[in-house]
Write a protein that binds this ligand. Structure first.
Ligand SMILES: *Cc1c(COP(=O)(O)O)cnc(C)c1O
Length: 347
């Protein structure tokens, strides 16, 4: 066997050509052309033209920062769109299946349900690591994707590399490593290993460390062949002009983002020193992200008490292996003081 992209692409997608929009056929290089090809309103207001369907300017900067080529990158309307494109490119409804490892990000299952794809769940181990043997036993001929969220939401830990390598080598479909929180982590991104593993897909987002959840921009990085498949099925103008221009401005100011990440991590360290002194907190899980999962004595009760004091956290108690847990996002210094003060007042 072994991995072959041809074996996993949906039959109807194989024959598709990317939709060619007016702006695909001719993209402005800023010279003195007049654009009478796309039925736009000609009066300039900043957004009267269709956006670049391939987001060339933004990709050039992002690809350079990530150390890959622009052809190894696809941008979407949030990672949620990128993940949805992976389903639509590779999973045949009512036939194929995917594997997720709860407790993890809820969208993998939501998207599986929407696309009529069976979601096979193989729980993380007690130490919140992938159960590699269990996963490989669950794989069958119709398994197309395995979602690996690292650092994992809601547990906060990064998975050990050995387990992910074992999945990449032992599975002939795509291993999707969701790195939404990678900019807070100590370890390196899997992007640096794309050339080593033809079945590796890495997703990132501007929603967390980059501070742009509101503009919706997700990043998919993989081999050129995989990106080509996704390009065939993406809506032509999936990343709008306002998103492209705001993102370009912000990612071009990397030092600003880095200093915010540094401050968030400093605040996390401070919280990690104070939380053990809080009576209702029974366990603090290691975190490689911008949130901390804690186990408390009674999560529903503590959640509601915090709400009454104006502090909104996430109750993750319904998740497997996460009984009585709350997920605390690291805020500003002022916000974290408010959280700690509220927690200290609980009896
Ligand atoms: C927040 C988050 C995302 C981000 O999704 P967007 O659609 O890009 O906002 C992706 N994956 C995980 C695991 C997340 O926690």
């Amino acid at each position: 066997m072994g991995f072959s992209l041809d074996n996993i692409i949906r039959e109807n997608v194989k024959g598709l050509k990317p939709y060619s929009s007016a702006r695909d056929e001719y993209v402005s290089d800023g010279s003195g052309m007049v654009f009478l090809d796309a039925n736009e309103n000609p009066f300039e207001n900043g957004v009267n033209r269709y956006p670049d369907p391939q987001q060339r300017s933004l990709k050039a900067v992002l690809a350079d920062q990530k150390g890959i080529g622009p052809k190894n990158m696809l941008l979407g309307n949030g990672s949620d769109e990128v993940l949805d494109l992976l389903y639509r490119g590779f999973c045949e409804p009512r036939v194929d299946n995917i594997i997720t490892m709860p407790p993890t990000y809820g969208m993998y299952k939501v998207l599986a349900d929407i696309n009529a794809i069976e979601n096979r769940e193989v729980l993380l181990t007690e130490g919140f690591e992938p159960d590699v043997a269990g996963i490989l036993k669950t794989v069958d001929q119709r398994t197309k994707l395995i979602f690996v969220c690292s650092p994992n939401n809601p547990t906060g830990n990064s998975f050990q590399a050995e387990g992910i390598v074992a999945l990449l080598k032992g599975f002939d479909g795509l291993v999707v490593v969701d790195e939404a929180y990678i900019d807070f982590a100590n370890g390196a991104s899997w992007v640096s290993r794309l050339s080593e593993f033809p079945n590796l897909v890495v997703t990132q987002t501007l929603s967390k460390a980059y501070g742009m959840a509101g503009i919706r921009l997700g990043i998919c990085m993989a081999s050129e062949e995989i990106i080509e498949v996704l390009n065939k099925i993406k809506p032509p103008y999936n990343v709008n002009e306002l998103t492209q221009s705001r993102a370009l401005r912000r990612v071009s100011n990397a030092s600003r983002i880095e200093s915010e990440v540094r401050e968030i991590l400093e605040q996390k360290d401070l919280l990690l020193k104070v939380l053990p002194k809080i009576e209702c907190i029974e366990k603090i899980y290691p975190s490689d992200a911008n949130f901390i999962l804690v186990r408390v004595d009674d999560a529903n009760k503590r959640y509601n008490e915090l709400l009454k004091m104006g502090v909104v956290v996430r109750n993750r108690s319904s998740q497997p292996l996460c009984g009585n847990t709350l997920r605390l996002t690291i805020g500003t210094k002022y916000e974290n003081i408010k959280l700690v003060t509220a927690l200290k007042s609980l009896s």
